[in-house]
Each structure stands twice: as C-alpha cells, then as structure tokens.
Design a protein around this ligand. Structure first.
Ligand SMILES: [Zn+2]
Length: 159
C-alpha cells in the first residue's frame, strides 16, 4: 500500500487561509463567496493566480453540487478578469491537489513569447517558474486584477 504523505499533517491551504484572515498574507487578492483568490508564487507566468476553496475538501466531487457551481462561476469571473487585464494567449486551469488535500485551482496565463507554451507549466524548472515581482509591480498587478474582478463580480471583497 502506498503511504498517504498528506496524512497527519496540517493542511497547507488552511494555514494560508488563516494568514489571509489575519491580514498577514501579502499575496491575497480577493475574497469571493466560495473562495479566496491569491497571486501565485510563479510569476514567470505573469498574473498566475491560485483560487482556494473556502471549504476544506479533498475532491471537487465531495462538495455539494450547488456549491461547485458557485465556485465554477467564481473561476469564470477570475478567468475573464485575467484575460482582460493580461491579454494572454491562453489560460490554463488546473485543479490538482496532489500535495495539499484541499480543493484549489491554479490559473496560469500563457504567453505567445514563451518557447515552452505548448507544454504544461510544470515542465519548466521550478527555479525559472518561481519568479517574484517587485513590490510596486505586484501591487499594481493586484490592483488591476481587483478593479476588473469587482466589476465582473460585485460580491468580491478586495479590502
Ligand atoms: Zn484545508
């Protein structure tokens, strides 16, 4: 039997959410009715966001159906927001959860000038992917995302 490497330790996503609630998580973008939106740590893909479900469940299908639909509406609003703000060639949406047992979505803008644009983002070396933005650039990007998101989803809380 394969050991469950996530058993018996605290959920990393629940601890991020604790940080958001405490106001100490600097990459927080918005609170939506069913999720939290954060800016991801791989800004090689400028605008990469991670959407964290409010409910701690391991699988999407473990959520009540109506709640999944509301969450998908939020993902749509975030996708449309990133498309408008960043004008990517393509958005990649991924709901993985292999490392953290809590439903979350990676939303990666992909750009024409990326020579690896046909490949999954995870094939790029972590050291190349995990680029941080300068504080002023990050603040500007978060402000642009918030402005567009609130226009599309007035229930979003951004401050
Ligand atoms: Zn959790």
């Amino acid at each position: 039997m394969v050991p469950d490497e996530t058993a018996g330790r605290a959920c990393g996503i629940c601890s991020i959410v604790e940080g958001i609630r405490a106001g100490t998580f600097v990459d927080w973008v918005a609170e939506l009715p069913r999720s939290w939106l954060t800016l991801g740590d791989a800004q090689f893909y400028r605008g990469y966001c991670v959407l964290l479900a409010k409910r701690h469940v391991t699988e999407l299908h473990a959520m009540p159906r109506g709640e999944v639909h509301e969450l998908l509406d939020e993902i749509l609003a975030v996708g449309r927001t990133l498309a408008e703000v960043l004008k990517p060639l393509k958005l990649n949406y991924e709901c993985l959860g292999n490392q953290e047992p809590h439903v979350h979505w990676h939303i990666f803008p992909r750009y024409r000038n990326d020579p690896m644009r046909l490949a999954p983002v995870w094939l790029r070396a972590e050291t190349e992917r995990k680029v941080s933005l300068e504080k002023s650039d990050r603040d500007e990007l978060i402000a642009a995302i918030r402005g567009e998101l609130v226009r599309r989803l007035p229930t979003a809380r951004i401050g």
